[in-house]
Ligand binder design. Structure first.
Ligand SMILES: NC(=O)c1ccc[n+]([C@@H]2O[C@H](COP(=O)([O-])OP(=O)(O)OC[C@H]3O[C@@H](n4cnc5c(N)ncnc54)[C@H](OP(=O)(O)O)[C@@H]3O)[C@@H](O)[C@H]2O)c1
Length: 321
């Protein structure tokens, strides 16, 4: 029973990686890539090719360790051949291949009889250890995460809630109470670094739990208990370099500067469908620069007074394949 739970959780985690990763890969821009501190500069194609190689190796490994007939789906000849020649494929195809191989791995795991897998011998290891099914999935996911975080540039996300006319706030405070937005904010930012201007920090009034707060200020003597302080936005990003995703949480001055720059990858915006009296505004989201990649629309309800939408944008990729 316990093991089944571990397997289900691991599979859910892998599916989540698969759902999120292509999005990440698609919006790596060359500029971001140049600032990446990697052993060498990778082109997008090399990066994706590397991932195909590693998932492909894993797929082979999992086939090998199964002392059973190979599930039919794994031998999908088309993907098999193309994986060997990924270098010749356009980027979008490599990405598809990466996904296809990983979904096949999910398929193998989901359909292979678990009680047999528990006794499998991993012949790829000299030690010939016995691995349980749950251990194997756990290993695989760690392996995937390791590669993804090693070779992907850090993701920098701007998160904001804005009114119909891009209103952000008034009198150094928010202008609506929308619990659904607060909940989403908490869910997305928890465990990560959040970068904010001094005014926004003072508006919130305390470091948010479960996150590392970085306050941007030109005042060298400024200090707040439980927070880091940075003299510029770049310095704040540098302080957060160990994190795979950094959130820039406002306010207006900070948003204005980062949206002009090239280093933001993604915008997670809550659009509140109402006009408000405000004294600070979010910059225009140019459709030339930003492409909508996901949207969820909600109607007002007992708790949330206004209609609202959660919309994510990523940088328009120059590369069309
Ligand atoms: N709706 C939303 O999602 C949302 C999110 C966040 C905030 N808000 C709202 O936005 C408002 C606050 O925004 P704001 O524009 O007044 O202030 P802000 O952007 O939060 O902070 C401005 C301060 O940040 C520092 N700063 C800005 N750029 C800097 C740079 N390049 N280098 C070093 N320090 C820099 C300066 O601090 P020093 O003066 O100390 O040097 C500046 O006074 C509030 O109404 C808040 O409620 C809304």
């Amino acid at each position: 029973m316990g093991e089944k739970h571990v397997i289900d959780t691991a599979l859910t985690s892998l599916k989540q990686i698969l759902l999120e990763f292509p999005l990440k890969a698609v919006y790596i821009t060359d500029k971001d890539w140049n600032v990446k501190k990697s052993p060498k500069k990778w082109s997008r194609k090399e990066l994706l090719g590397h991932l195909v190689d590693s998932s492909f190796n894993n797929l082979q490994r999992y086939i090998r360790i199964q002392h059973e007939d190979i599930p039919h789906v794994v031998y999908h000849q088309d993907n098999w051949i193309k994986a060997q020649h990924w270098q010749k494929l356009p980027v979008a195809r490599i990405l598809n291949l990466w996904e296809a191989i990983n979904w096949q791995i999910v398929h193998v795991w989901e359909h292979f009889p678990k009680e047999k897998v528990n006794l499998l011998l991993d012949i790829s290891k000299e030690t010939k250890e016995i691995h349980t099914f749950a251990e194997m999935i756990g290993d695989y996911i760690n392996h995937l995460k390791h590669h993804i975080t090693q070779i992907l540039p850090q993701m920098i996300t701007v998160i904001a809630a804005i009114g119909k006319n891009n209103e952000l706030g008034k009198g150094n405070d928010l202008i609506w109470y929308l619990p659904a937005d607060l909940k989403r904010f908490k869910k997305l930012t928890s465990g990560h670094h959040i970068i904010m201007g001094r005014n926004t920090f003072e508006s919130i009034g305390k470091p948010l739990p479960n996150r590392t707060s970085i306050i941007v200020t030109r005042d060298k003597n400024y200090h707040q208990e439980g927070c880091l302080t940075a003299g510029s936005i770049e310095e704040a990003v540098e302080l957060a370099k160990s994190d795979d995703e950094i959130f820039i949480i406002g306010g207006a001055q900070i948003y204005k500067q980062v949206l002009k720059s090239e280093f933001v990858d993604r915008l997670d915006i809550t659009h509140v469908h109402e006009s408000f009296d405000a004294d600070v505004y979010f910059p225009e989201i140019s459709s030339e620069k930003w492409k909508e990649v996901s949207r969820e629309d909600f109607e007002a309800d007992d708790k949330n007074k206004y209609d609202y939408s959660f919309v994510s944008y990523v940088r328009n990729s120059q590369e069309k394949v």
